[in-house]
Design a binder for this molecule. Structure first.
Ligand SMILES: C[S@@+](CC[C@H](N)C(=O)[O-])C[C@H]1O[C@@H](n2cnc3c(N)ncnc32)[C@H](O)[C@@H]1O
Ligand code: SF4
Ligand code: SF4
Length: 319
């Protein structure tokens, strides 16, 4: 049997050679398209998606057909914690052996029942999206005092109970937010959270035109690196350092198409939730995910991904 180290180096080599794994590592699941916010940066309405929650019955059917997948991320163009079947679905996914994560705006933590259920839940990690720690409109998520307090309280509760569930902060860099990123990291570090993940702005479908100059964005990443925060901070730049630069063909290819798959609110299989949620290559309820993932349609997509994803800027550092 190959050792863990050789499996790891094999997977690194596969990335450099751009080999596609047999199955996607992660399923980004459109768990709801109903939201309690309307962020200007979000392409939610651009995609004209069906505004509904995924039911537990449907989630169960989908999860039963995902063997070989490591992680399910509950996401969507909406707020997963609004879906009344959230906790039941997390529990079922955990029982099936998946790593479960979710991406949330944190506003539902103010609802006692949701907060208490999250404390009890076995979710592996939850990502909260924040673009400012001040009460200001920057077109993204306002980390209102109450939201920030509730996030801190959740982490403290998990620590008090000896639970290892992770709290990660997602934040997006653009013109209106670049000054906010360091204060967000400082707050997350002080609150004892587990990581800050800085995303590049995707202008596709956003209601604001806020792309930053590349030089400025890279200077920010350097500044963050120099500060040497105790909390881990991930930036898009990390994906392209050293050998990884080669892995993603010097930024011409997007890693998303090689690691993740998106499953929509009706079981539709698409290559990516971020920019292609309506490009459907099959349906997990009747098609075999492995076959779709390795199909000609997917191969064509990966080969021509630069063209197909022309308008998406999420994983591109332009120079
Ligand atoms: C679409 S939201 C859905 C989950 C939840 N409603 C939330 O906001 O966290 C998923 C992630 O996409 C990010 N996002 C939204 N608009 C974006 C954009 N234009 N560029 C990059 N990321 C964006 C959000 O900040 C969030 O972390
Ligand atoms: S980013 Fe999230 S919270 Fe904001 S509008 Fe989009 S789905 Fe809703
Ligand atoms: S370039 Fe954008 S739309 Fe294309 S796979 Fe990557 S994240 Fe998705």
């Amino acid at each position: 049997m190959p050792s863990k180290a050789s499996i790891l180096s094999m997977s690194a080599l596969n990335k450099v050679l751009y080999r596609v794994p047999n199955m996607p590592r992660q399923v980004d699941l459109m768990f709801t398209n109903l939201c309690n916010l309307d962020c200007k940066m979000c392409p939610k309405y651009f995609f004209k998606l069906k505004e509904k929650h995924m039911t537990f019955a449907l989630f169960k059917k989908i999860a039963d057909r995902l063997s070989g997948v490591e992680q399910i991320s509950f996401i969507g163009y909406g707020e997963p914690l609004l879906n009344p079947d959230f906790f039941k679905s997390v529990e079922y996914g955990k029982k099936k052996g998946f790593k479960i994560t979710a991406v949330s705006n944190g506003y539902m933590l103010g609802t006692r029942k949701v907060f208490d259920n999250l404390v009890k839940s076995d979710i592996d990690a939850i990502r909260f999206s924040i673009e400012t720690v001040k009460e200001e409109d920057v077109g993204g998520h306002v980390g209102s005092k109450k939201v920030l307090e509730n996030i801190e309280k959740l982490k403290k509760e998990w620590i008090r109970l000896g639970k290892k569930n992770k709290v990660i902060i997602n934040t997006v860099v653009y013109k209106e937010t670049h000054r906010n990123i360091i204060p967000i990291i400082e707050w997350a570090e002080k609150a004892g959270l587990d990581m800050v993940d800085i995303a590049h702005f995707n202008k596709l479908g956003a209601k604001i035109e806020s792309v930053m100059e590349l030089e400025k964005e890279l200077r920010l990443y350097e500044k963050i690196e120099k500060r040497g925060f105790a909390i881990p901070v991930a930036t898009l730049y990390d994906r392209y350092k050293g050998i990884r630069k080669m892995a993603f063909r010097f930024m011409k290819k997007c890693p998303m198409a090689f690691d993740d798959v998106h499953i929509d609110i009706e079981g539709g299989i698409s290559p990516c939730i971020c920019g292609l949620p309506t490009t459907i290559f099959g349906n997990v309820l009747k098609d075999d995910l492995k076959q779709v993932w390795n199909s000609e349609k997917f191969r064509q997509f990966r080969n021509n991904q630069e063209k197909i994803c022309e308008k998406c800027t999420l994983f591109k550092l332009y120079s």
